[in-house]
Each structure stands twice: as C-alpha cells, then as structure tokens.
Design a binder for this molecule. Structure first.
Ligand SMILES: Cc1cc2nc3c(=O)[nH]c(=O)nc-3n(C[C@H](O)[C@H](O)[C@H](O)COP(=O)(O)OP(=O)(O)OC[C@H]3O[C@@H](n4cnc5c(N)ncnc54)[C@H](O)[C@@H]3O)c2cc1C
Length: 531
C-alpha cells in the first residue's frame, strides 16, 4: 500500500538519504533547514467528517480509506498531509473490478446526485484528484482492482489492460510474454495506465517508445451518456480522432475502464551513457542535432551547469567525483560543464549504429564521453528521486518542480526566464531558492524543460504554502510569457487551470468545455479541474 503522507510503499523501507555533503551544500545555498511538526495519521483520520453518501456494496466509507484518496503528490498536497489540514475529503471511495461495476457507479452517482473523481495511482502533482468544497457528496472511483493484462495480440502488438494497472504490473505482465510498453514516467511505481492516458503523460524513454499519445491505441470509456468504444485502427483519415478527446480528459468526461496500448518486443540491448560538454550552448547544439537527425536513441537528458554541479557536489563519493572533475577539466569540460545522459536501446545493429552517431555528434561539440558508469547510476536510481522528498523534509527543506516545452529557438531564453523568476521569487523575504534545470523529451521542433527548486518552508505551514504559491506563480508566468506550454507532462488539474486559456485561446477553451458538457451535462465528473 502507498504511504499515506509520503512517496513509496508502506511495506518497503526506502534507503533514500541525503548525505553530509548534500546537507552542507543546502545550508550554504539556501540556509539552515527549518523543520515543521508532522500530524499523525490518527490525528488526521479523526478529522474526517461523516460521509454524505448512502451505503453501496462497492463503496467504502471508512475514514482512513477516504484520507488515503484525498490528496495527490503536489507540494500543496504534501503540506496538507504533513500538517493534517487536508480540508475536503471524498465522501466515499469505490473499488470497481470491471467495466460493468464502473457503469453501476456512474448510475449511482446520477441517481444520488453525486460528483465523481476517477482515481488512478493518485500521483498527480497538480491537484487532479483532490475533492473540492461543494454541495454534492464526492465519490472517488479508485481503479486499483482493475490491474490485469486482459489480452495481448502479438501479431498487432496491442495489449489490453485494466485502466488501474500500475507501471510495475504493466511491465511484469508483458515481460512474461517477451514484450514491453516502455512507458516510464518517474512516478512509474504507482501511476496507472488509465491515469497516463487521462493526463497525457510522458515516459523517460519517450524518444524510442513515444509519449502516451503514441502508445494509446484505443479502449473503453464509460461516460454518463453511455459507453464509448475506441477502436484500435492503426491510422485513419475518417475525421477527428476520438482518442484525442479522451487523452488529457483528466476525469472530466468519463472513466476509462480498459486501455489498449501499442507494445514492442523487449529490446536486445540497452545501456545509458553519459557525455559532458564544455558549455550549455555546446550541449544544446549537440542535443538538437541528435534529435533533428533522428538518431535512434531512447532518451536524451541535458542537465544545465547548475544541475550538473549540484548532482556532482551532492554525491558522497568525494574522491571519485574529484577524479572525474579533474579528468573532465583536462579534456576541456571545465567549470561550466553540462552533463548529457542518453539511452541506447534496440537490436545489436541498431545499438551500434546509434552509438556511433551519438559519439560522433557529441565529439563535434566538444563532448567528453564517460561511457556507462554514470549512466548505470542514473538507470539504477531512475525512480528514486521522489523518495528524496522525505529526507529533505526531515532536514528542513522543500523541493518542487516545474516543466514546460518550447521550440528550440526559445529554449535558452525560456530556461533563463524561469530560473531567474524562481530564484528571485522569495527575495522580498530575503529567502534564497536553489534552482536548476534539464532538457529532456526531445522532438524535431523543440524539447521539454524541467526545473527543480529547493527552498526553506519558513516557520509555519501557512508560510510554506505562501512560498510555494509565489514560486509557482513566478515560474508559470514566465512560461506563459515565453510561449511555452503550461505542462509538457504533468497535466492541468487544479493548479494549472488558470494558465490554460493562454495556451488554448477562448474558442479552444469553449470547445473543450462543450465536449465535457456533452459527455457530462450535469458536470458531475471531476468538477473544478482542467477548466
Ligand atoms: C514523483 C513524481 C514523478 C512524476 N513524473 C512524471 C513523469 O516523468 N512523466 C509524467 O508524465 N508525469 C509524471 N508525474 C505526474 C503523474 O505521475 C502523471 O500525471 C500520471 O500520469 C498520473 O497517473 P495516475 O494513475 O497516478 O493518475 P491520478 O493522479 O490518479 O489521476 C490523474 C488524472 O487522471 C484522471 N484519471 C485517472 N485514472 C483515470 C481513468 N481510469 N479514467 C479517467 N480518468 C482517470 C484523474 O481523474 C485525474 O484527473 C510524476 C508525479 C510524481 C509524484
């Protein structure tokens, strides 16, 4: 079971820690940590109000179950759970086991005048699954019991999953038959295939396997107006693609009950390699060339110099890092060095060819190849980053992220604008913020930018929330100003909805609104999110 107020499973002890080097660096960068008291689960459960729902065989009214489904993983969610000030709870949580039961729950919602929140893994970082204050009781529909591979068509390479299947079960069930989906968002351990579709997610190896939009082949969508079957025709010129209406629907139109995805045979060979470049501009040019020449890599990530230096400085194996830095400096990648991690995935021949191109293009821009050692480290820790939130919190620090995607021509100005705004967002309080960025998910026309920022909460939860609000607004305003998307992969939910009109325009918003109203004329589905 997922932990109620932190990342990870309750049955496994996380080994995530921040070592003395990291604590010393944080102190120097943003100041002495500030710890706040945590509420206990018993205290928070005691605050769960009586349910407004009648009994139903599929619905749990248990206060602890309601608490466990009340919030996602955003920073405001973290603060709400750690302080115990959760506010609104769902009135009940249903656990359907099949599409028939999903339909039964939607009928119940209509008959009892109830709002419905579809819930996948609850890993949203933008308030997607949080119930809002309102007259109607709120029913959260948790898809966790619909977690099976239902069919695998090997000829067409299409797998059908229950929408509540989380990443590890997607891959383990496919692996038994020699296949993979290859969709690895950092939240993979808990996020579900239905949640990926509903929030348009992107996995770390999107360069090879595609974003969820490319992987989503069809499935069944249960709405208050009936069932929508989405056929898996490989390509069609027959009008607008209905799949695109379900992608990113964020629970506003209905509940995806089963998902058909495009799978691949497991690749023969895979490694992750690291190259350092002497400067951001050199690294950026190399990455753009790799993307635009369509070199068959499975991922590219380029950390800017602050991110590169932060990672190197926080590592506890100081001697090895010093040797590496010396070597890089000698080879021309000095203080302004930036780190590129790239994935090589495919048959032996594809692997060899992609590696040769990657090394040749990197060398053109002064890249220093360090082989797979650091890449292995990245691969071994690729899902561990979120666990660091807990030791950072224990040390008195908060961490959050912000992401967008922009055209190649706008990458550096956007990065500078976002980092500058975030770094200065708390300067009126004399508070420092440490911010760094990487570029990932590359396309022919541009890439995503992903900034991480560390800051101190202040002396109360109210202050911590205020800090987050200022930081979020500062970064988001720059994204809008620079013409980026308000989200490349996290979705809109509650926290981004005010920025959506800038991206979609008035008519675009009206079109989305009318689609929601068509499927859900009484606005029962996840009200207050997306729009
Ligand atoms: C540590 C961390 C790292 C992350 N890294 C990434 C990343 O690398 N890439 C990325 O894309 N995202 C990432 N995310 C964001 C998040 O994991 C994604 O948005 C993910 O797709 C959400 O899936 P979920 O199953 O948890 O959905 P939930 O959070 O449960 O729900 C998200 C939205 O989808 C709707 N929904 C869920 N299931 C269904 C369904 N069956 N039918 C209809 N609507 C449904 C919900 O109503 C809600 O609006 C990260 C989040 C965290 C906490």
């Amino acid at each position: 079971m997922k932990r109620w107020n932190s990342w990870g499973s309750e049955n496994t002890q996380s080994d995530a820690k921040i070592g003395p080097a990291a604590v010393a660096l944080l102190k120097q960068l943003v100041g002495e940590g500030q710890c706040l008291d945590d509420a206990t689960m018993e205290q928070v459960v005691a605050r769960v109000p009586a349910s407004r729902l009648p009994e139903h065989r599929l619905i749990s009214l248990d206060p602890e179950v309601r608490l466990r489904h009340a919030r996602g993983q955003s920073l405001p969610d973290w603060l709400a759970l750690r302080s115990g000030e959760v506010g609104v709870f769902p009135d009940g949580v249903a656990f359907p086991e099949n599409a028939q039961e999903v339909r039964e729950l939607l009928n119940f919602a209509r008959e009892q005048n109830v709002s419905v929140i579809p819930y996948g893994g609850g890993t949203s970082v933008v308030g997607h699954i949080n119930p809002l204050e309102g007259e109607r009781p709120v029913l959260t529909v948790a898809m966790s019991r619909m977690d099976q591979l239902m069919a695998l068509d090997k000829d067409s390479q299409i797998a059908t999953f229950g929408a509540g299947t989380p990443g590890p079960l997607v891959e383990s069930q496919l692996k038994e038959q020699g296949y993979t989906l290859g969709h690895y968002p950092q939240s993979w351990e808990f996020a579900t295939v239905g949640g990926w579709v509903a929030s348009r997610s992107s996995g770390q190896q999107s360069l090879r396997y595609g974003r969820i939009e490319q992987l989503f082949a069809g499935g069944s969508f249960e709405t208050l107006q009936g069932t929508l079957e989405l056929p898996t025709i490989p390509a069609s010129s027959a009008g607008p693609d209905i799949r695109e209406m379900v992608l990113g629907s964020e629970g506003r139109m209905g509940i995806i009950s089963d998902v058909k995805v495009r799978v691949s045979p497991i690749a023969e060979k895979e490694t992750f390699n690291v190259v350092f470049f002497p400067s951001w501009d050199a690294g950026l040019e190399a990455v753009r060339k790799l993307a635009q020449q369509r070199i068959q890599l499975s991922m590219i990530r380029l950390s800017n110099s602050v991110e590169t230096q932060t990672h190197l400085s926080m590592a506890d194996n100081r001697e090895e890092i010093a040797m590496l830095e010396e070597h890089l400096t000698a080879k021309g990648a000095g203080d302004e060095r930036v780190m590129m991690t790239y994935g090589l995935t495919g048959s032996e021949a594809q692997y060899q060819s992609a590696q040769a191109f990657a090394l040749a293009i990197s060398a053109e821009f002064g890249g220093v190849d360090t082989g797979t050692l650091l890449g292995d480290h990245w691969a071994g820790n690729r899902f561990k980053g979120p666990y660091l939130r807990e030791p950072l919190w224990q040390a008195g620090y908060l961490v959050d992220t912000m992401e967008t995607a922009v055209k190649w021509a706008d990458v550096t100005t956007t990065l500078d604008a976002i980092e500058g705004a975030i770094a200065n967002a708390l300067s009126d309080e004399d508070e420092k913020v440490h911010v760094y960025t990487h570029l990932s998910h590359v396309y022919g026309q541009g890439c995503s930018l992903y900034s991480t920022y560390l800051f101190r909460p202040g002396t109360s939860y109210a202050e911590a929330y205020k800090h987050w609000q200022k930081l979020k607004a500062a970064g988001a305003e720059q994204i809008v100003k620079c013409g980026g998307t308000i989200s490349h992969q996290h979705g809109v939910g509650y926290d981004h909805k005010q920025y959506l009109p800038a991206e979609k325009g008035e008519l675009g918003i009206a079109a989305i609104q009318s689609l929601c109203e068509l499927f859900d004329p009484e606005q029962r589905m996840n009200p207050g999110k997306l729009l």
